[in-house]
Write a protein that binds this ligand. Structure first.
Ligand code: C5P
Length: 221
């Protein structure tokens, strides 16, 4: 049994994938299940943390002993993360956040009209929540963790993203043809802003979650 090294700490974890509505029945979304974020929430609770799990469109059992906040869109996720981050020791952004959302929302269902071409969907940028919480640092010494999926030059691209986002740790997953086999397995490299590089071998999402919390605990001092 692991010692409760997150006791007295408040950690915020985002999970799942945002949905950006076009009208009351349609949205732009992604395939994120939220499993990695839920594993992070469960392991943090097991290590004694107070956990706020901000879940975007997940269909997973509620983890025990965790404050669960449900959101739909990136804008809602941003509000919830900024609010919870105000007194957090660590923020882990495991959610897949839509980079863009439809510029307009139709309050009634969009209808097809006979003999008429469809209207193009115009998109606008969503706020970058990870970059924002990293720039703000609501609390001194707050540790901020991001996730990134890269297809090539994984480490170089990961390093560049870590610098661009301004977070302390970036969990980089290699995705692509060579890695699709056995995709239920998780393999990652955790890059640190201090130049550190921690490879995490294939294994359950809980194992990766525990490595992330080990690195967070190191940085919390
Ligand atoms: O830029 P990219 O989407 O590759 O970065 C992924 C990381 O940034 C994830 O941790 C994700 O939660 C976060 N992110 C965010 N806000 C966005 C897009 C991504 O916080 N608009």
């Amino acid at each position: 049994v692991r010692e409760p090294d997150l006791r007295g700490r408040h950690v915020v974890v985002s999970a799942g994938g945002t949905r950006e509505p076009l009208d009351p029945v349609r949205f732009l979304g992604n395939r994120s299940s939220g499993k990695q974020g839920y594993a992070l929430a469960r392991t943090a609770a097991a290590r004694g943390a107070r956990v706020t799990l901000i879940a975007a469109n997940t269909h997973l059992p509620d983890p025990a002993g965790v404050d669960l906040v449900r959101v739909g869109t990136a804008v809602q996720l941003r509000e919830a993360v900024l609010k919870a981050a105000a007194d957090a020791d660590a923020v882990v952004m495991a959610a897949a956040v839509a980079d863009f959302r439809p510029a307009a929302y139709a309050t009634g269902k969009i209808k097809k009209k006979d003999g008429q071409e469809p209207e193009p969907v115009v998109l606008v940028r969503n706020p970058d929540i990870l970059a924002e919480v990293s720039a703000e640092r609501a609390r001194a010494g707050q540790v901020i963790v991001g996730f990134a999926a890269e297809t090539d030059d994984v480490l170089a691209n990961g390093r560049a993203k870590l610098a661009r986002k301004g977070c302390d740790l970036l969990v980089v997953n290699e995705v692509g043809e060579r890695k699709t086999f056995g995709s239920e397995e998780n393999e990652a490299v955790v890059l640190g802003a201090d130049g550190s590089e921690n490879p995490v071998p294939h294994g359950p999402k809980e194992a990766l979650a525990d490595v992330v919390w080990d690195l967070v605990v190191d940085r919390l001092g």
